[in-house]
Design a protein around this ligand. Structure first.
Ligand code: CA
Length: 422
């Protein structure tokens, strides 16, 4: 049976509301107090399945040395699509309710099934390069209206090119990492000269990150099927942004220090294969993209996304955005096609940010910049506080999931709490 089959059940009890049923099997890197060396596992219900332990026991074979006994998933990703698929099928088989290999081996089960609350989750990959795109038409229009021109918010290239910039791999951090408020060069519109000070317009951006699992050579352009086959999976991504730094620096070369201080990703990489049942066509593209960006198939995903904000004094988080990845104008495949179109080499472990995911509705804006109209209309929070931008002590959580027939292919969360500037 295919690992995406909805009738599959695991001998590991999985709550129906869990993000991690047997049809998901997202990859992460974890360690435990008793075994502090980071290694690769998949999430199943409230457990992490230790793939290094399964490989040592001879139940999970892949080429080469034990690629699962490593602190990053890059070595496994480098083995390619057929290995990814065969490994996922084998893990699914080992977790099935009617397979005795692991189910009836109590000693191995005790070693290989680690309760999630006992696991420390690490950055799941060594990020080779980080590129961030700007592919939501709603987001680009909202930001263009606030930063530039309300009547004509999209620049003339936007409908032709998946706009992007090269970000910093060095500051990609895993969920739970505190985010230090950055300093930078600021110049408010009314001020005569810039000054160096802490950012007062700190923001989040709701994004999906694409994890590239196969490289391409310098000078090589990609076809749509090649680009597809290079995508290993997806993570939740918060592209923290200092709007005051960004607004002063971004002309003419785009964002730099306003985005370089931190990017948070979720600890679990949901495979492209697990998301296959949720493929949908994206918005109609007018004018039609140039041939090298043409898509034969639907490359968007029906993937629900939410943002929760909790201040230091709020007893519970408030949901401040609920949108969907399916609204993205440029797909991840088109972003990758464009990225390699000049002959730019792609590497195993490259991370491509989708760009802020905003939808057409008022509750579907994926940044405070948009929600508060650049601070002009602060967001009211339960309990009486309001926010134009993030305050110290604020915690932001992004969540995402696909769902059909009561089975949820979820991403868990990516959380970060703002700490005072140094
Ligand atoms: Ca961004």
């Amino acid at each position: 049976m295919h690992p995406n089959d909805l009738s599959l059940r695991s001998f590991v009890a999985v709550d129906p509301r869990s993000d991690f049923p047997i049809q998901n099997l997202p990859y992460g890197v974890f360690s435990t107090a008793s075994q502090p060396a980071p290694r690769i596992g998949v999430a199943i219900g409230e457990y992490v399945l230790d793939l290094a332990a399964l490989a040592s026991a001879g139940l999970l074979e892949v080429a080469g040395d034990n690629v699962f006994a490593q602190g990053a998933i890059n070595g496994f990703m480098a083995l390619g699509l057929q290995t990814w698929s065969a490994t996922r099928a084998r893990i699914s088989e080992l977790l099935r309710h009617d397979n005795a290999e692991l189910r009836d081996d109590a000693a191995l089960r005790a070693r290989a099934l680690v309760p999630l609350h006992e696991a420390t989750l690490h950055l799941p990959l060594t990020v080779a390069g980080f590129t961030d795109f700007y592919s939501s038409k709603e987001h680009a229009s909202n930001v263009g209206a606030l930063f530039r021109d309300n009547a004509d918010p999209l620049l003339p290239n936007w409908l032709h090119i998946p706009i992007g910039y090269n970000g910093r791999a060095s500051t990609v951090v895993v969920s739970g990492t505190a985010i230090r408020r950055p300093h930078g060069q600021l110049k408010e519109p009314g001020e005569a000269a810039p000054r160096f000070a802490q950012s007062l317009r700190l923001d989040f951006e709701l994004e999906i990150g694409v994890v590239i699992g196969q490289g391409s050579a310098i000078g090589e352009r990609l076809t749509e099927p090649q680009a597809e086959a290079m995508i290993f999976g997806f993570v939740l991504l918060n592209d923290w942004s200092a709007r005051d730094i960004q607004q002063w620096e971004y002309v003419p070369l785009g964002p730099f220090q306003g985005k370089a201080f931190a990017t948070s990703i979720s600890p679990w990489i949901v495979t492209r294969e697990a998301l296959e049942p949720f493929r949908v066509a994206g918005p109609a593209q007018h004018p039609p993209p140039l041939d090298y960006l043409a898509q034969a198939g639907p490359n968007n995903y029906d993937l629900a996304l939410e943002v929760e904000l909790r201040s230091a004094t709020m007893p519970a988080p408030a949901t401040i955005c609920a949108t969907n990845f399916k609204f993205m104008y440029w797909s991840s495949v088109q972003q990758l096609l464009h990225h390699a179109s000049s002959g730019c080499a792609m590497n195993v472990g490259d991370l491509l940010g989708s760009g802020t995911v905003s939808g057409p509705g008022p509750g579907q804006r994926g940044s405070l910049l948009e929600i508060s109209a650049n601070g002009a209309a602060p967001l009211a929070l339960p309990g009486g506080e309001s926010r134009g931008f993030l305050e110290d002590g604020d915690s932001v959580s992004l969540r995402g999931w696909c769902e059909r027939d009561g089975i949820r292919i979820g991403f868990g969360a990516v959380e970060g709490t703002v700490r005072a500037a140094k």
